[in-house]
Design a binder for this molecule. Structure first.
Ligand SMILES: [Zn+2]
Length: 599
């Protein structure tokens, strides 16, 4: 991607049935933001979109448990999640919801195109009814034992223990949660996506993919050996209505939550374009053959991004085995790359709200800075293998690496220059050791940038921290504090290290944007260096959704980001005594946090 390219950065949609814990943002939230921020600095036209996934049974179950309507529960958790992602500084161009009128319209448009091209099958299937009332029993009111893992409270559409999708007929010993009776199964019509019709097209497309993580390619190729039609409608009263005559007005049949949620990437781009005042602008990321799209998700979500969503796009383009024509949205681009992360555990255990093995993003950010969390995620997140979050390791990374490494370099160099010169000093002739440091820091732009571009965030921040260590070593070796008798050489050394700090704040800014902004200001810079998202309260663009008319979005203006390059520092720029950029943590936080987990 040498020249400017349109880059869609598409993040998995967090499910709005509760607040999100740090495991949710560690796998893909922060890594995708690092990627998007870097790509903007390289001059690409980046669009970063996502939103909350708000349909389906788990929302209804959560709403029931709180005495709320589904729309109220979804709105409540949408707002909490928006605020948390904002506090973390995730630079979404649009973070929206799946309950907007725009999303309903886009989902129905895609369904209609797939249906018209013959890729949606209507089939008889067994549905549950209550023998005592004769009425349809929605999936969430059926409970039984999971045939896969033996969990005894699996629901009619999903097992919360092993995460597999189920049909009510899959359950061993199914029971109604309303009155305990055994449901009766009767034949009824449902809709299925004809996945087998895409086997050849998916195979051919996968063969053209290069640079994907091997786990994604291997996993997807295996799936293609056994494709089955996949249900896309449910017995449910919460979701996007099925846009066919005889179905659209039925209150008890809705599109399956997964089918509408994956279309969110497209509907969010369309919503962003409509809000930007250029309603066709979305096409630049979806129709331009030169545009690229990167999808970020956890490994439990690979199938939707490497198989099902590409199949839906192929079908909408008329490129499955049955042919067809593109619909009203034109020919749409398939994913360029599917970037899947592994899982984060906590203190050796799986995150679990019910078992209290959890730290919510909000609680974390009440006690620690967003960049302390971002640093941990970048340096030790579950990029290529599962990784474990422990409070002891968080303390060590924060104090020994972030504070003692990068924070100390910033503080010492700016404090010394402020005290002795009150400004960025005028350098004299550079010596070999000075030129070496500046060359090493400049070389870090390419080294770190290439790694971020390849979605190797852990290696990227490791490379950046090596450049920090080199600058700290330069300070220790040259010892400018011993140069009181030679202010000219002292000025040259301090100028050199400040130039390195200035370069490093640029290199660090995709990972640690909040602190890079502070370093920019400490070096006498003005204005926005690392742009941040903000929350806006907006009106729904269309009727027909379930948002109640207004909702919060996360958006931002990222047009004026600095370039990914070294910018010469101006000697004479006034410097004040710096306030520390990072906070050293007390060792006692480890016991306090573990105590909190157990209380
Ligand atoms: Zn199970």
């Amino acid at each position: 991607m040498g020249r400017m390219t349109h880059v869609l950065t598409a993040l998995a949609w967090p499910y709005a049935n509760g607040p999100r814990h740090i495991g949710h943002v560690a796998g893909f939230g922060v890594p995708a933001d690092v990627f998007a921020r870097y790509m903007r600095m390289r001059g690409h036209d980046v669009l970063m979109v996502s939103g909350t996934d708000e349909h389906g049974t788990p929302i209804l179950v959560q709403a029931d448990s709180e005495g709320l309507k589904a729309a109220e529960a979804a709105a409540k958790y949408n707002r909490i999640i928006v605020e948390d992602l904002d506090a973390l500084g995730l630079s979404y161009d649009l973070f929206t919801r799946t309950t907007t009128g725009n999303h309903y319209k886009t989902v129905q448009e895609l369904f209609t195109t797939l249906y018209g091209n013959g890729y949606i099958l209507q089939k008889k299937t067994l549905g549950a009814i209550s023998p005592s009332t004769g009425r349809t029993l929605p999936d969430r009111y059926i409970e039984g034992t999971c045939p896969h893992c033996g969990f005894d409270s699996a629901r009619g559409d999903q097992c919360d223990n092993c995460g597999r999708q189920l049909d009510p007929t899959d359950l061993v010993d199914p029971k109604s949660r309303i009155n305990g009776e055994t449901p009766k199964f009767v034949e009824e019509d449902h809709f299925f996506l004809d996945l087998p019709a895409f086997a050849d097209a998916l195979n051919a497309w996968l063969d053209t993919r290069t640079g994907w993580r091997t786990n994604v390619v291997r996993f997807t190729k295996n799936l293609l050996d056994d494709l089955q039609p996949r249900p896309i409608s449910r017995d449910l009263d919460w979701g996007v209505p099925i846009p066919l005559e005889g179905w659209v007005e039925r209150p008890d049949k809705r599109l399956y939550v997964w089918f509408d949620a994956v279309i969110g990437y497209l509907s969010a781009t369309i919503e962003w374009a409509r809000r930007s005042g250029d309603p066709d602008a979305w096409q630049r990321w979806w129709q331009d053959p030169e545009a690229v799209s990167y999808y970020f998700m956890g490994k439990d979500n690979i199938v939707f991004h490497s198989e099902i969503w590409p199949a839906m796009l192929l079908g909408a383009n008329g490129e499955g085995a049955g042919g067809g024509e593109p619909g009203a949205l034109g020919r749409l681009n398939l994913p360029t790359e599917v970037v899947s992360s592994e899982f984060l555990t906590m203190e050796g255990k799986q995150f679990s709200s019910s078992r209290r093995v959890v730290i919510y993003v909000r609680d974390f950010l009440e006690r620690y800075s967003p960049d302390a969390l971002r640093y941990y995620i970048c340096a030790a997140g579950p990029e290529n293998q599962d990784s474990d979050f422990t409070w002891a390791e968080f303390l060590r990374r924060n104090n020994d690496e972030l504070v003692a490494g990068w924070g100390n370099l910033v503080n010492r160099s700016i404090a010394m220059a402020a005290k002795n010169f009150g400004a960025v000093p005028e350098p004299g002739e550079l010596e070999e050791v000075d030129r070496e440091l500046l060359a090493a820091t400049k070389a870090a732009f390419d080294a770190v940038g290439d790694l971020i571009g390849a979605n190797k965030v852990r290696a990227g921040i490791g490379e950046a921290m090596k450049a920090v260590a080199a600058a700290n070593k330069y300070l220790a070796d040259t010892a400018p504090w011993k140069m009181k008798e030679d202010p000219k050489r002292q000025g040259t050394v301090l100028f050199t290290v400040l130039q390195a700090v200035s370069d490093l704040k640029t290199i660090m800014s995709p990972f640690l944007p909040h602190s890079s902004q502070r370093v920019h200001e400490l070096l006498g810079g003005e204005g926005v260096f690392a742009p941040m998202p903000h929350i806006e309260e907006v009106a729904d663009l269309d009727e027909g959704g379930a948002t109640n008319g207004t909702y919060p979005i996360l958006t931002g203006d990222y047009a004026d980001v600095p370039k990914w390059e070294s910018v010469p520092l101006a000697p004479g720029t006034p410097l004040a005594k710096p306030v520390p950029v990072f906070t050293k943590l007390e060792p006692s936080i480890v016991d306090e946090e573990i105590e909190r987990l157990h209380s």
